[in-house]
Ligand binder design. Sequence first.
Ligand SMILES: NC(=O)c1ccc[n+]([C@@H]2O[C@H](COP(=O)([O-])OP(=O)(O)OC[C@H]3O[C@@H](n4cnc5c(N)ncnc54)[C@H](OP(=O)(O)O)[C@@H]3O)[C@@H](O)[C@H]2O)c1
Length: 108
Amino acid sequence: MVLASRRGMAAEGADELCEELRALGAGVEVVACDVGVRREVEELLARCDVSAVVHAAGVLDDGVVGGLTVDRLAGVWEAKAGAAWHLHHALGDRELDAFIVFSSAAGV
Ligand SMILES: NC(=O)c1ccc[n+]([C@@H]2O[C@H](COP(=O)([O-])OP(=O)(O)OC[C@H]3O[C@@H](n4cnc5c(N)ncnc54)[C@H](OP(=O)(O)O)[C@@H]3O)[C@@H](O)[C@H]2O)c1
């Protein structure tokens, strides 16, 4: 199991999570990868034998409509939809058991 986030092992609780997963019998590797950057996604997938992908990366930058800017929307969009697009392309025609994508957005 490869767990990817921008902070990798620097993320709070990463050591404890690895210990817990290993105790359950999983082989775990934690890597630093910004999935909003296509090159980083390609480099990660190039060295992985992938059978399933779960994309749950996301950043939160809520605000009222009048306070939203292109930069704020782009930051949220890249980690969610942009990353899904990069994963789709970098995976090419690899056979997967699952490609699971978690995300949400809301507006009023
Ligand atoms: N929690 C909820 O109740 C809820 C409800 C509905 C929908 N969702 C959706 O589910 C998804 C995950 O939510 P969550 O609650 O698990 O969020 P979370 O606790 O904030 O975790 C998000 C994770 O994404 C990583 N991340 C952010 N940007 C990244 C990037 N560019 N590349 C790689 N990793 C990145 C973060 O690590 P780093 O900062 O180290 O990169 C963090 O580990 C989001 O899309 C969210 O909108 C959540």
